[in-house]
Design a protein around this ligand. Structure first.
Ligand code: HEC
Length: 145
């Protein structure tokens, strides 16, 4: 009986912890697991869609909000790669952060052409890092390489 409970309790605890880790990432949150990492990337993917649409559609406020949220996420991603001492990935994350700051500066001045240039530099960072460090799994989804 005790044994059944301890197994069940560990499972429940594990579930609670993993659900907790799936919450929206916060500024300065440490990415401790592959699951945490994936949560960051999924939100980055969604926000990047919003960013692209709003920059191209001339919606400065919406673009600025998306860029600010992505900056928070990419700072966590940057810390993850910096800790692992993977130089190219750390640089790609930094390029994304710098580009997102430039998007916010440009949208604040309502300069949507400059915002688009900065957005394109962020998109370049996505590609560069994915080419080197993202592996597509045969069963679907991705993993870090
Ligand atoms: C510093 C490296 C790096 C940068 C920069 C980066 N990614 Fe990723 N991304 C990864 C890695 C590694 C994976 C695979 C692991 C994973 O899926 O969690 C990934 C996975 C993803 C996924 C799949 C998530 C999933 O698991 O379903 C999306 C979507 C994504 N990235 C979007 C983006 C977008 C959009 C950008 C640019 C705005 C970007 N990423 C920039 C490293 C990066």
């Amino acid at each position: 009986m005790t044994r059944v409970c301890s197994v069940a309790c560990v499972l429940i605890l594990g579930l609670v912890v993993s659900i907790g880790a799936q919450g929206a990432p916060t500024a300065g949150q440490k990415i401790a697991t592959d699951a945490d990492y994936a949560v960051h990337m999924k939100e980055i993917g969604q926000m990047n869609g919003v960013l692209t649409k709003s920059v191209k559609g001339g919606m400065a406020d919406e673009a600025s909000k998306a860029a600010a949220r992505m900056e928070v996420l990419f700072k966590n991603v940057h810390a993850y790669w910096a800790e692992k001492k993977v130089t190219d990935a750390t640089e790609a994350a930094q390029t994304a952060v710098t580009g997102l700051q430039a998007v916010q500066k440009a949208t604040a001045a309502n300069d949507m052409a400059a915002a688009e240039t900065a957005r394109a530099s962020v998109a370049g960072a996505c590609q560069a890092c994915h080419m080197a460090h993202r592996e597509k799994l045969p069963e679907g989804g991705f993993r870090i390489k």
